[in-house]
Ligand binder design. Structure first.
Ligand SMILES: [Zn+2]
Length: 109
């Protein structure tokens, strides 16, 4: 009986976790192809620069591989390695926001 009693509260906790996150990541960035590209790009970058760090500030924390020309702006999914760079979360967010602002300014969505 105690076991059954415990269930509702566990189930009750689930909806919060199932709620859609504020911003759902695009399927592309979950793909095996992208994971593979990131891995190869990281190896290439380490070879070029000795380590991975943010191209803007040098941070090594929470790095994101960024499309220099955003895919939304017509950049290829898998650019030549020179066409993508590692950015920290702060710089990646700033760059993404700037690109979005530029699209709005130029009449895009
Ligand atoms: Zn940075």
């Amino acid at each position: 009986m105690a076991r059954l009693k415990a269930m509702p509260s566990r189930l009750g906790a689930m909806p919060a976790r199932l709620k859609a996150p504020p911003k759902r990541a695009e399927g592309f960035y979950q793909s095996a192809e992208w994971a593979n590209y990131r891995r190869r790009h990281a190896a290439w970058t380490r070879e070029q620069k000795g380590a991975l760090w943010c191209a803007r500030c040098g941070s090594t924390h929470r790095l994101i591989l960024d499309h220099i020309v955003e895919r939304r702006d017509g950049g290829p999914d898998f650019p030549p390695f020179e066409g993508a760079e590692w950015l920290c979360a702060a710089h990646h967010n700033a760059k993404t926001a700037a690109a979005r602002a530029e699209r709005v300014r130029s009449g895009g969505a």
